[in-house]
Design a protein around this ligand. Structure first.
Ligand code: GDP
Length: 216
């Protein structure tokens, strides 16, 4: 358990870059298809039930939601994607907002892409990976709902996703908000990106994942 994450609280929400908090300190953003389990993962990581709202209507919230850990550290809940029920204009708006945020946000130190372990690497996940790579961001692919699979299938999917994304500063980790599988390791990665003191030692290599000093 990492007590710093427990301090996370709602700071603000923004529908455009203009409304985001001052671009200083460090932040880590969470992206994911609607219903992938992003809110549950954020709540589990922060040891809080109601921090991020779970089970929203897909595509309804198109805002970046900022949670503050302390004056210099934030977690950002990016708008969920999954566009079967939204207009082309909403989809284009999301693409513009996400690509601009990932390319321009100086304080962004890492991107977590949350995917249901049973449906990894969808089209929009790959789009996020492309933008994250272009922005030279360290990324963590969180394969959540791992409690739905057996141990062999978890390892197999992790290996498949690792092969698909290749080498580079991309870490793949199975996770479950329900069983808390992977919780401490994932907290460790995020804590290192945020420069939190006393970050637990992660079980997997974190080289290339810290960004100090700022990337631009
Ligand atoms: P979001 O739309 O990505 O924020 O997804 P939510 O966190 O709201 O989760 C979507 C659904 O998946 C909800 O019914 C959750 O209870 C369920 N869920 C989320 N994480 C897990 C998990 O780790 N294991 C299981 N079994 N269900 C999960």
């Amino acid at each position: 358990m990492h007590p710093d994450f427990q301090r996370a609280h709602f700071l603000t929400a923004a529908a455009a870059l203009a409304g985001t908090p001052p671009d200083q300190g460090r932040e880590v953003a969470f992206a994911g298809r609607s219903n992938a389990g992003k809110s549950s993962a954020l709540n589990a990581l922060c040891h809080q039930h109601g921090l991020a709202r779970t089970s929203k209507t897909p595509g309804r919230t198109q805002q970046l939601v900022f949670f503050e850990i302390d004056a210099e550290r934030r977690l950002v809940d990016l708008p969920g994607y999954g566009f079967a029920r939204v207009s082309v204009a909403v989809k284009q708006g999301w693409q513009r907002l996400m690509s601009h945020y990932l390319a321009r946000r100086q304080s962004l130190r890492g991107l977590v892409i949350v995917m249901d372990i049973r449906h990894p690497l969808g089209e929009s996940d790959r789009q996020m990976l492309t933008w994250g790579t272009a922005a030279e961001l360290p990324m963590l692919l969180l394969l959540t709902k791992a409690d739905k699979l057996g141990r062999g299938a978890i390892r197999q999917t992790e290996a498949q996703v690792r092969r698909a994304v290749g080498a580079g500063p991309i870490v793949v980790h199975a996770f479950s908000a329900t069983s808390r599988l992977g919780l401490e390791q994932v907290q460790g990665h995020i804590a290192s990106w945020l420069g939190l003191a006393g970050a637990p030692v992660a079980s997997k290599p974190v080289q290339n994942m810290t960004r100090d000093p700022p990337r631009r």
